[in-house]
Design a protein around this ligand. Structure first.
Ligand code: SF4
Length: 136
């Protein structure tokens, strides 16, 4: 009887311990997920910036996957950005921005991009980007 009660007590303790272990594992996985997203975002921004600095047009055959996933398809947003850039005093004849050094035909299509002097902001509508956009 006593040993039965002890084993029930042990079972209860093991269940509690098991729950704590599961919670800890879930917490670790959540931390790892957040850290991965943070670094993927950072990598995507760097790749997007480098691509916009080195390429004067978007070539879907060569664009890196993380950059490709962050191309905006919303024509209204694209037109709005391009109208602001094309009438900007800092845009050169080769469509390069004197402020950030990027080719704007490329950069204005990238969700992560933002105008360095605040004429337009980054685009964060995840639905529009088919759920592939990495949140910042
Ligand atoms: S990114 Fe901003 S500063 Fe550069 S050309 Fe466009 S509007 Fe002008």
């Amino acid at each position: 009887m006593n040993s039965q009660r002890l084993s029930k007590k042990q079972q209860g303790e093991e269940q509690i311990l098991g729950s704590i272990k599961l919670l800890f594992i879930e917490w670790i996985l959540e931390v790892l997920r957040s850290v991965s997203i943070y670094f993927l975002n950072k990598k995507a921004r760097m790749e997007a910036n480098n691509y916009a600095i080195e390429n004067d047009s978007l070539d879907m055959r060569t664009v890196p996957p993380l950059v490709k996933r962050n191309i905006i398809h919303n024509q209204e947003i694209l037109d709005n950005r391009w109208n602001l850039c094309s009438s900007c005093e800092f845009l050169t004849e080769s469509n390069k921005c004197k402020k950030c050094g990027c080719f704007m035909k490329v950069k204005h299509k990238l969700a992560f991009a933002r105008c360095p002097i605040g004429k337009w902001e980054k685009y964060t509508d995840e639905k529009e980007l088919s759920g592939t956009y990495l949140t910042s």
